[in-house]
Write a new protein. Structure first.
Length: 214
């Protein structure tokens, strides 16, 4: 009898986890889209707070959702790894604008990368989303900035998109969230950035299996 009750408890706990990780339309209706002032701070402050939030892209009426597990902060024109360090150009114009907009660019001529613009206007800082843990509606790998954009159908047509809208946005899901430890370390692929190479501006959820690099 006791064993049966324990088994029932385990099943209920598993069901609760599934409910959080695989949301139905009811839960999606009550997600809290992050407000403008969430982004209106330096990228180094915003980046770790984005971990655990949900990135959502609505495609043909279907929400593709991933939990953010890895990000990198690019803190402004003085950051030699930031695109804005090269000045204000057609490519980086979005970075110099209002916080809470998408900055999407192409690397190697084939991979899209998604950033959230942060800081006051013309601060030119952003947070790169590097990896997601799939939650709902996603097919394909999400452990890397190019891979997650492909899995969520994010491309440069979304460059400059307002992240407070209902198509592409970052949200704080309702309900109790799993606690996690944030780990900071050097960013990936910025060997050209002089003294900025070793700055601990990459933030990850410790031990998450969907990180781009362990």
């Amino acid at each position: 009898m006791i064993a049966a009750r324990r088994e029932d408890s385990r099943r209920q706990a598993a069901a609760a986890v599934v409910l959080i990780d695989r949301p139905d339309s009811f839960i999606l209706d009550f997600m809290n889209i992050l407000p403008r002032d969430f982004y209106d701070h330096n990228a180094e402050q915003v980046a770790p707070k984005m971990l655990g939030k949900w990135l959502v892209h609505r495609v043909d009426g279907i929400d593709r959702i991933g939990r953010i597990v890895e990000v990198e902060a690019y803190v402004g024109p003085h950051d030699l790894a930031a695109h804005s360090s090269k000045g204000r150009t057609a490519r980086t114009e979005v970075m110099f604008g209002e916080p809470g907009h998408a900055y999407v660019y192409l690397i190697y001529g084939m991979y899209n990368c998604l950033n959230a613009v942060t800081g006051p206007g013309e601060h030119a800082s952003a947070v790169l989303i590097r990896a997601l843990e799939p939650v709902s509606g996603i097919e394909g790998a999400t452990n890397g900035p190019g891979r997650l954009c492909r899995a969520l159908s994010i491309d440069r047509s979304l460059n400059g998109h307002d992240l407070l809208g209902g198509v592409l946005y970052i949200a704080r899901p309702e309900g109790r969230q799993t606690r996690f430890k944030v780990v900071a370390g050097p960013r990936v692929g910025v060997d050209y950035a002089g003294d900025w190479v070793h700055r601990p501006l990459r933030f990850t959820i410790e031990g998450n299996p969907f990180l781009s690099r362990r």
